[in-house]
Write a protein that binds this ligand. Structure first.
Ligand code: 5RP
Length: 234
């Protein structure tokens, strides 16, 4: 199978394009992080280049999103220069039926949370494999922690019933370092019954900057699926 025929890649492309098509001229756009959102950024850039879309400005949620936006010619701004975000497009690692999310597979959930919560409209782009009945079914909750607090935070999340693991980088050469210079602890819970409270409880542990549970934030979830061998979006 080549990249051009990989059904998962084709599905991500399709869902990214569907999200990019929702962006209107004159908008301030939150640009998410991850392989699905990367396609949305690419298509927003293509719509700008063709002249179909005009006068938009992006707010990147990570260094990765910033680099991609520059590559595809999307002008960027910062939160200091604007007073609102019209639409944000971002991926997720798990989505429950209430549109609550686990994010942070790319260690970018802290900036993503700031941007996605500020948006008037937050569009989530995922493939169907990310849908779960209950958050935590498959994915661990990423928790960004300042480096000196890694050990006490690991003890504290274990007391809450989580199984913490410090996220390591490629070839386990060292811990993953976030755009803020921090580390990420992935915390696996058997089941998350109350995501609203768990989000607050985790963020109350001293040394925690932000966790990847996003509640009451997503407005719309675009889901990519493969039907009869063809990628479709619902
Ligand atoms: C990064 C994220 C990503 O949006 C999430 O991991 C989904 O990524 P992908 O579209 O590559 O599956 O939260 O921190």
């Amino acid at each position: 199978m080549t990249a051009a025929t990989d059904p998962v890649k084709l599905m991500k492309q399709k869902v990214g394009k569907a999200a990019a098509d929702l962006v209107k001229s004159g908008s301030i756009v939150g640009l998410g992080t991850g392989s699905t959102t990367a396609f949305a950024i690419q298509y927003i850039g293509e719509r700008l280049k063709s002249g179909e879309l005009k006068d938009i400005v992006g707010v990147p949620t990570s260094f990765q999103a910033e680099v991609l936006a520059k590559e595809y010619g999307i002008p960027l701004t910062t939160l200091d220069a604007i007073d609102h975000i019209d639409i944000a497009i971002d991926g997720a690692d798990e989505v429950d039926p209430q549109k609550n999310l686990i994010k942070g597979g790319g260690a970018a959930h802290t900036r993503e949370k700031v941007v996605d919560y500020l948006a008037d409209q937050f569009i989530v782009v995922v493939d169907g494999g990310k849908l779960v009945d209950r958050l935590g079914s498959v994915f661990a909750v990423p928790v960004e922690v300042i480096p000196m607090a890694v050990t006490p935070v690991m003890r504290a999340v274990a007391k809450l019933g989580g199984k913490p693991e410090l996220r390591m980088g490629v070839k386990k050469a060292g811990p993953v370092i976030t755009d803020q210079g921090n580390m990420v602890i992935d915390v696996k819970f058997d089941s998350i019954d109350d995501p609203v409270n768990l989000e607050k409880t985790l963020n109350n542990i001293p040394g925690v900057l932000e966790n990847g549970i996003f509640v009451n934030c997503a407005d719309r979830v675009l889901i990519g699926e493969v039907k009869d061998g063809q990628p479709v979006v619902r």
